[in-house]
Design a protein around this ligand. Structure first.
Ligand code: HQG
Length: 177
């Protein structure tokens, strides 16, 4: 399959598995799983093409169940689901990239999950830069996750190494220069 075709199908897959399974008539269970067969028909892919798409996904956004009959997004949902994320103690600091225009509001109100279920944080500065950069000028927030954890705030990590938490109070945030 050509690259633009992959990108288009990957975006469609993300739409179905995170936001609107109903657009292809798919039904999502409470943990976010959707039947692979329904996906293959709905997006017009072979199983090999779907596997390629998942393997080449730079953020490993999707995962199969044990027998590859079901697929789900690892995180990023706006639909109500109950994925059991692994609760874990975070590294000392985490990063969050955001468009510069949001910074003053974040420093006032804290970092909120907005439409998603959690605030997304990254161990990797480059990943955070990439997230914040869509589109325009971006700032990197440094999150004092060690202090948050010491204060009793929970962190979870997804299979593809995205750190999640409910909310980041401004007192834990500094702007990187
Ligand atoms: C901002 C991508 C104003 C927040 C990435 C962000 C990520 C505030 C935006 C994943 C705010 C929400 C998630 C406040 C938060 N005032 N703005 N108080 N609190 N914001 O897309 O973290 O490619 O929901 O900074 O890689 O940007 O989809 O979150 O800019 O992991 O797999 O509100 O999306 O992954 O935007 O991105 P999003 P995000 P995928």
């Amino acid at each position: 399959m050509s690259k633009p075709n992959y990108t288009r199908k990957s975006k469609f897959l993300s739409l179905i598995l995170r936001h609107k399974p109903e657009v292809i008539g798919a039904v999502m269970d409470t943990e976010g799983w959707v039947e692979v067969d329904v996906i293959l028909k709905g997006i017009n892919l072979s199983l090999t093409e779907l596997e390629d798409l998942m393997k080449n996904d730079n953020k490993k956004r999707y995962a199969f169940n044990h027998d590859k009959t079901k697929i789900r997004a690892n995180q990023g949902h706006t639909v109500e689901i109950e994925i059991e994320f692994e609760e874990k103690s975070p590294p000392d600091i985490l990063f969050h990239g955001t468009p510069s225009k949001f910074v003053s509001s974040i420093l006032k109100e804290g970092l909120k999950s907005m439409k998603r279920h959690h605030v997304h944080l990254s161990e990797d500065l480059e990943v955070a830069k990439h997230v914040g950069n869509r589109p325009g000028k971006c700032d990197i927030l440094i999150i004092n996750s060690m202090k948050m954890f010491a204060d009793g705030i929970k962190f979870y990590v997804t299979e593809n190494n995205v750190w999640l938490t409910d909310f980041v109070d401004p007192k834990y945030i500094t702007i990187s220069d």
